[in-house]
Design a protein around this ligand. Structure first.
Ligand code: CTP
Ligand code: MN
Ligand code: MN
Length: 513
């Protein structure tokens, strides 16, 4: 700072003694707190004699606030108690050392870092975030300002899940979810103070990324033989962490080695291996829309009046996904019975299915009771399938063209037709495999099923945790049970369920935790 131009002006306020004010641009104020009244009086007088304007009372015109043995936070706290509680000042917050040095020099010395009070609240005040602890209390859109951090934590979560360490996995997922809902990029660890769900381990990973650009643990994991192999193997539809780990311990790390190993694969895994590349390529929204049309056509063909709803990631507004999820119901209770098998045979007849496995509805409210463990799968009639989606150029003609083209091959032979690779075009086959999940729910459970199948997985987990821990209720994709009142709370819409749970409604696009 360039020393201020000295002007000889008489300072009207400072000088009972009529000292000459040499630095009228500066208005100093000495904080009595910890300095003591007598020392303050002595220093003030000294300053005035040297030509400084030293005010007795704090005001907005103060440019330099000087204190002794106070931290920046303490001074801010004092300021907060002044000026109508606003504590907003543009003044420099300085240590007394700046003052004494200026006295010695006979002019205001340049302000150096050592003179400035260490302030944590000043800048961080606008940058610190406040976040409720359950993901279902927050609004998490797809706009993530901290992808570098959340990718790092998600990878560690995935690795923990691959190692069947569920607790650790959830801890990393929760930490990542907190960062996903922050309105800004995190630049500094101090901004994370007071945030929930950030354990020691997650914080150390974040610190590593902020300071070094990457986390050594994440890098080591990413490059480990085990992680790489498990990632490849669980990329096969029908292969979970347990199976992949068994294979890895048998020395299998690649698809080649798996094929050569002579391991027996079940029908799902065989289909997963056959369509590995397609299934591991993201599904686009455009593809999801085409599949919606196909499923809609199937459902209406076998049961007029039945309704389908796109759920999962696409309902949350995602532009890509690993599959396409649908919920099917009929407005008349009971009419949905037997619907799935009809839809599946229609799709099969039309040659749309490369693979499907249907599980019967096994939910019986009276028999099952409410107290199901939170992580349990629901028991709707469901169909996990692999669709054969033809790669048409003209979007509008898609459905009819696919139909006629698929019908060229005999029904129920769709899989052998596929294995032949049938109608190959230059540049590959004219269709691609897409994972599709179909779920049928009776209308009486539709609200719960819709909420349960929209996700995200963490959002769902947090809803159930909230229900159990905060409300003594049990939430599933079938029902909501009030544990203390021993009764079911009926609802037809998601809004009603949020309301029973004492939560503000969170729309699907804000459930991307
Ligand atoms: N789900 C479920 N039971 C299963 C599988 C999934 O209840 N056995 C629910 C999940 O809780 C989630 C929804 O179905 O809410 C969708 O799951 P999934 O397709 O795996 O995830 P998405 O969020 O759709 O992600 P992606 O876009 O990658 O498919
Ligand atoms: Mn999905
Ligand atoms: Mn799914």
């Amino acid at each position: 700072m360039v020393p201020l131009k000295r002007r000889k002006v008489l300072c009207s306020h400072t000088g009972k003694t009529g000292n000459v004010c040499k630095f009228p641009e500066l208005v100093l104020f000495l904080l009595e707190r910890k300095m003591g009244a007598s020392r303050r009086a002595f220093l003030s007088e000294l300053g005035q004699k040297k030509g400084f304007k030293v005010e007795d009372k704090f005001s907005e015109s103060v440019t330099h606030l000087i204190s002794e043995n106070n931290s920046g936070d303490e001074v801010r706290a004092w300021l907060d108690s002044q000026v109508g509680g606003r504590g907003r000042t543009l003044a420099h917050l300085l240590d007394v050392s700046w003052y004494t040095e200026s006295m010695r020099a006979g002019l205001p010395v340049d302000i150096q870092d050592k003179h400035k009070l260490q302030e944590q609240t000043d800048e961080a005040e606008t940058e610190t975030f406040s976040v409720p602890s359950y993901a279902c209390q927050r609004r998490t859109t797809l706009e993530n300002h901290n992808t570098v951090l959340t990718d790092a934590l998600s990878l560690l979560a995935e690795n923990a899940e691959l190692s069947e360490e569920e607790g650790r996995g959830v801890a990393f997922r929760r930490a990542a979810a907190v960062l996903k809902c922050l309105p800004k990029v995190v630049m500094d660890m101090t901004q994370l103070r007071g945030l929930p769900c950030l354990g020691e381990h997650s914080l150390s990973v974040i610190k590593d990324v902020l300071e070094n650009g990457a986390s050594s643990e994440v890098e080591a994991t990413k490059n480990s033989e085990r992680y790489k192999a498990l990632k490849i193997l669980t990329g096969i539809f029908g292969v979970g962490a347990k199976t992949a780990d068994r294979w890895f311990r048998d020395g299998i790390q690649t698809l080649h080695q798996l094929r050569d190993s002579g391991q027996t694969l079940n029908r799902a895994q065989q289909a997963g291996l056959d369509h590995y590349d397609d299934i591991n390529q993201s599904v686009t929204k455009a593809e999801a829309d085409i599949i919606s049309e196909i499923v809609e056509k199937a459902v209406v063909a076998v049961l007029p009046g039945a309704q389908i709803t796109l759920t999962g990631g696409f309902r949350r507004g995602k532009l890509t996904g690993h599959d396409v999820d649908f919920l099917i119901t009929h407005p008349e209770e009971g009419r949905e019975e037997g619907l799935m098998s009809k839809v599946v045979s229609w799709l099969e007849t039309q040659g749309f299915l490369l693979y499907q496995k249907t599980t019967r509805n096994s939910y019986l409210e009276a028999k099952d009771g409410p107290a199901r463990p939170a992580s349990n799968m629901d028991r709707f009639e469901r169909c996990l399938s692999i669709f054969r989606l033809s790669k048409e150029k003209k979007r509008g003609a898609e459905l009819t063209e696919t139909l006629t083209e698929n019908l060229k091959t005999p029904p129920s032979c769709s899989s052998s037709h596929v294995q032949q690779g049938g109608d190959r075009e230059e540049g590959g086959k004219p269709w691609r495999a897409v994972r599709v999940d179909l779920v049928v729910s009776p209308i009486s459970q539709f609200g719960f099923a819709l909420l349960g199948w929209t996700g995200s997985k963490l959002f769902e987990r947090e809803l159930r945790r909230w229900a159990g821990r905060e409300k003594s209720m049990s939430l599933s994709s079938h029902a909501l049970f009030h544990n203390k009142q021993s009764r079911y709370l009926r609802a037809t819409t998601e809004e009603e369920i949020f309301s029973y749970l004492g939560l503000e409604y969170v729309k699907p696009s804000e459930r991307n935790a």
